[in-house]
Ligand binder design. Sequence first.
Ligand SMILES: NC(=O)c1ccc[n+]([C@@H]2O[C@H](COP(=O)([O-])OP(=O)(O)OC[C@H]3O[C@@H](n4cnc5c(N)ncnc54)[C@H](O)[C@@H]3O)[C@@H](O)[C@H]2O)c1
Length: 352
Amino acid sequence: MRHRIWLRTVSTVLNPKMRSHTYIDTLGSARIMARVLDGKALAKEIKAELKIKIHNWVSSGQRAPSLRCIIVGEDPASHTYVKNKIAAAIEIGIEAQTLKYDENLTEEALITAIELLNEDTTVDGILVQLPLPNNIDERRVCNAVAPEKDVDGFHITNVGQLCLDMPTIVPATALAVIEMLKRFKIETFGRNAVVVGRSKNVGLPIAMMLHSDKNHDSGLGMDATVTVCHRYTPPELLQQHCRNADIIVTATGVPNLIKADMIKPGATVIDVGITRITDEQGKTKLVGDVDYDDKCLYIVRALNSYSRTDIRRGHKRALVTPEENAEENTSRLSNANKEKRSILQRVQNLTP
Ligand SMILES: NC(=O)c1ccc[n+]([C@@H]2O[C@H](COP(=O)([O-])OP(=O)(O)OC[C@H]3O[C@@H](n4cnc5c(N)ncnc54)[C@H](O)[C@@H]3O)[C@@H](O)[C@H]2O)c1
């Protein structure tokens, strides 16, 4: 086994948010292993920007944007997500509250609660935490939220507008992936991108924005050449597409689906997957879709040539979680006038 002397450095040449891992191999050559894109730092930066915007807005005598989060049932993970979303919203100056209902709530009662919030002019954003209990039709509920208050971007109108490259409210996870590519200046124009996973809330909106025309009205297009893989893509075909990809975005929830030997040197990998597994010692831990432990990950290119950019699950999650974007979307929803609209635009059209 080869010895490596690690020189973990913070590159001054690269964007400060990109950390280079360089080492000297046994032949004495400097090598670069990866650039770790620090999503956590980026999320902090975006929050700080929004906090200032909202502060200025409120200081000018306007009402703070407001968010209502609906949760039905006792699922502990859902309660944690909602708690985090509310905390993040409050942190940047959004007035946010949770409406909790027990799992026996009927679909009709939930729809009535949503309709009341739709009509409430002091409420700008509504978020219904999914999944809902089995007796409730999620699609019907998503469509009951007024499209302009639909923080999650799941309403049929918002999904349709996204598909037509129109300005709209985009699902938070997908928007976060695009935001990372933009802010870290990852070139997408004409590049081969593979999206693994085709769910309507995650894979689909990511693929939509990646392949769309940047010049269209949404301003979210990335002009990449996109291949979508899913559960029925034969493993050898998945391997082939990934090996050809400049950018891989994986959102499947299948641990270790993407091995290091499926990633071409220099590619950018965004791992959206989050799965809780139990390891051999009986400990539970969260893992992504990419096999970070695979030794092949350490195949590297010479320093200053293409570097593999990997967004490690931990870093990525800080940006990608819906709570990071709930406040942005909420700001967007109170677009009663230009100033509030600019909060949204700032988030969506951040020039790198
Ligand atoms: N980071 C975040 O904030 C965030 C937000 C939402 C979801 N997630 C995570 O992203 C993952 C996907 O979420 P989702 O809601 O889209 O899940 P989903 O179950 O709705 O969709 C999974 C997708 O993966 C595809 N798939 C399954 N097995 C595959 C295989 N062997 N090869 C290729 N494709 C395969 C399926 O076809 C499907 O389209 C989950 O792990 C989820 O926890 C993360």
